[in-house]
Design a protein around this ligand. Structure first.
Ligand code: ATP
Ligand code: MG
Length: 421
C-alpha cells in the first residue's frame, strides 16, 4: 500500500468541517481588519529564502526542501510566508503605487524537513499577515491583536501573549556585543549548534531548544536593557496600545524568535494550558524594518506574524471548544424506483440552487433503509417520490423530527422549506 509522506496528514470528516469553519472565520476577520488577500507560489528561487529568512537560521540550514527543477534551477518549497510576500510586494512595485500601509494576509501550506511529532509536520498550514510602510507602534499592536481576536472569536481561553523588543539596528548591535562578551567564557558549555551560533549570530543562542534551561541562558543579558531611547519609546507605545485594546501581555525578555530579520517588537502567543505539550507556540511574529531592503526593495518597514493552523486545531480540541459546524442536511430525497429518478434529481437540483442542503438515495435502498439513512445524515425533511407523487405532481414531505407529513406541489416546496428551516 502506498502511504502518505512522513510528516504529512490527510483531512476528512468532522475535522474537515472544523477546519473550513476556522478558515472562513479567518477570512471574515481579515475583511473586518481591511487586509488584502495575497497568494504567492508554493515554490520560489532558493536564494529568496536563503537571504530572506537568513543563512544561519535552523529553517534554512536544516529544514528546507530544496531541489533542482528540470531546467537546472535551484528552487525551494516555501518554509514560511514572509519572504514570499515581501518578494511579491517588491516585484509588484506596491511601494510606488499604493497608499501606505499595504496590509497583506495569506494562508497556505508551508514545508519544512523537521522531525515529525505532535504539533510539528513537514507540510503544515500557516495563516499570516504582513504590514508594509508603517513605523507606527499602532501597527505592531494591531498585528498582535489579530491572533488574539481570532482565538477570542473561537472561544479559546488558555492563551498567553509574550512580547519583547530587540530594538532598532543600533540597540541590536549594542546588545549583540554584550552577548558576545557574556557568552565568551561559557562557550565550551554550550551545545555544538550554539558554538556555531556564537560566531555567526549570537542572538540565536537565546532561541536554542537544547540549552534553553541552562543557567548560562537564564542569566544572559536582556534585550530591553540595551534599548536606546527611540527603541524604548516604540516599545512603550506598543504596550500602551495593547492596554488600550484590553489585550493582556507578558514581557518575556528571552524571546528573540528564530528568524534573523526582526527589529523592535517580537511576540508569540502560546497555549498556556498545562499538559498541552511542548509545541505550544500557536503563533509568532514581529517587526522587520530592514527585510524589504535586504531583498532589494526600497527601505520599507514591515510587521507581521505567522500562525500554525494544526496547533490551533489541537488547542481547540484540547479545550473542548465546540464550533458551530453544520452536521445535518435539510432534505433527503427518496426516489421509490428507477422511474422517479428524473423528477427526484430535478427537485434535488432546484433545492440546492435555492440554498438548501440536499441529498438523495444513490443506492436504491428500500424504504426502511432509506429512513435509517436519513437519520444518519441528520436530515430535517424527507421527500418521498413514488409513482403516485410523480403522476399527481403532489410531493410527500415528511418532517423527520416531528414525523408530520405534508402534501405539497413542487412550486410550494421552496416556500414551505423557507418557512420551516
Ligand atoms: P517552533 O519553535 O515550534 O519550531 P518556529 O519558530 O519554527 O516554531 P515560525 O517559523 O515562527 O515557527 O512559524 C510560526 C508558527 O507556525 C509556529 O508558531 C507554529 O504554530 C507553526 N509551525 C512552525 N513550524 C511548524 C511545523 N513544522 N508544523 C506545524 N506547525 C508549525
Ligand atoms: Mg521551527
Amino acid at each position: 500500500m502506498i502511504q502518505r509522506p512522513k510528516g504529512t496528514y490527510d483531512v476528512n470528516g468532522i475535522y474537515g468541517k472544523k477546519l473550513l469553519y476556522v478558515e472562513e472565520l479567518i477570512e471574515g476577520l481579515m475583511e473586518k481588519y481591511n487586509y488584502e488577500y495575497f497568494r504567492t507560489p508554493i515554490f520560489e528561487s532558493s536564494t529568496l529564502f536563503h537571504r530572506g529568512v537568513g543563512e544561519t537560521t535552523d529553517i534554512v540550514t536544516k529544514e528546507t526542501y530544496d531541489f533542482k527543477d528540470r531546467g537546472d534551477r535551484d528552487v525551494t518549497l516555501r518554509p514560511e510566508g514572509t519572504a514570499s510576500i515581501v518578494r511579491s510586494f517588491i516585484e509588484n512595485k506596491m511601494y510606488g503605487n499604493r497608499t501606505m500601509p499595504v496590509k497583506a494576509w495569506y494562508y497556505g501550506p508551508m514545508f519544512r524537513y523537521e522531525r515529525p511529532q505532535s504539533g510539528r509536520f513537514r507540510e503544515f498550514y500557516q495563516f499570516g499577515v504582513e504590514v508594509f510602510g508603517s513605523l507606527d507602534a499602532m501597527s505592531d499592536a494591531e498585528v498582535i491583536s489579530i491572533p488574539v481576536n481570532l482565538y477570542k472569536l473561537l472561544g479559546l481561553k488558555g492563551i498567553k501573549v509574550n512580547i519583547n523588543s530587540l530594538g532598532d539596528k543600533e540597540s541590536r548591535e549594542m546588545y549583540r556585543e554584550a552577548l558576545i562578551e557574556y557568552f565568551k567564557p561559557h562557550i565550551n558549555d554550550l551545545c555544538e549548534d550554539c558554538k556555531e551560533r556564537f560566531l555567526k549570530n549570537p542572538l540565536r543562542i537565546l532561541d536554542c531548544k537544547i540549552d534553553a534551561d541552562s543557567d548560562i541562558l537564564k542569566n544572559a543579558p536582556k534585550t530591553i536593557d540595551y534599548l536606546n531611547s527611540n527603541s524604548l519609546n516604540h516599545f512603550n507605545k506598543v504596550k500602551k496600545y495593547l492596554e488600550a485594546m484590553n489585550i493582556d501581555y507578558t514581557i518575556n525578555t528571552k524571546l528573540v524568535r528564530g528568524l534573523d530579520y526582526y527589529t523592535h517588537t517580537v511576540f508569540e502567543v502560546e497555549a498556556s494550558v498545562e499538559g498541552f505539550g511542548s509545541q505550544n507556540v500557536l503563533c509568532g511574529g514581529g517587526r522587520y524594518d530592514n527585510l524589504v531592503e535586504t531583498l532589494d526593495g526600497p527601505k520599507t518597514s514591515g510587521v507581521g506574524f505567522a500562525m500554525g493552523i494544526e496547533r490551533l486545531m489541537t488547542a481547540l480540541d484540547y479545550e473542548a471548544v465546540t464550533l458551530p459546524i453544520i452536521d445535518n442536511i435539510d432534505c433527503y430525497i427518496i426516489p421509490v424506483s428507477e422511474n422517479e429518478k428524473d423528477l427526484a434529481i430535478h427537485i434535488l437540483q432546484d433545492l440546492r440552487l435555492n440554498g438548501f442542503i440536499a441529498d438523495i438515495d444513490y443506492n436504491n435502498r428500500n424504504l426502511k433503509n432509506n429512513f435509517k439513512n436519513a437519520d444518519r445524515l441528520n436530515s430535517k425533511f424527507i421527500i418521498i417520490i413514488g409513482e403516485e407523487e410523480k403522476d399527481s405532481g403532489i410531493l410527500t414531505i415528511k418532517n423527520n423530527e416531528t414525523k408530520e407529513e405534508y402534501k405539497l406541489s413542487h412550486d410550494e416546496l421552496i416556500d414551505f422549506l423557507d418557512q420551516n428551516i
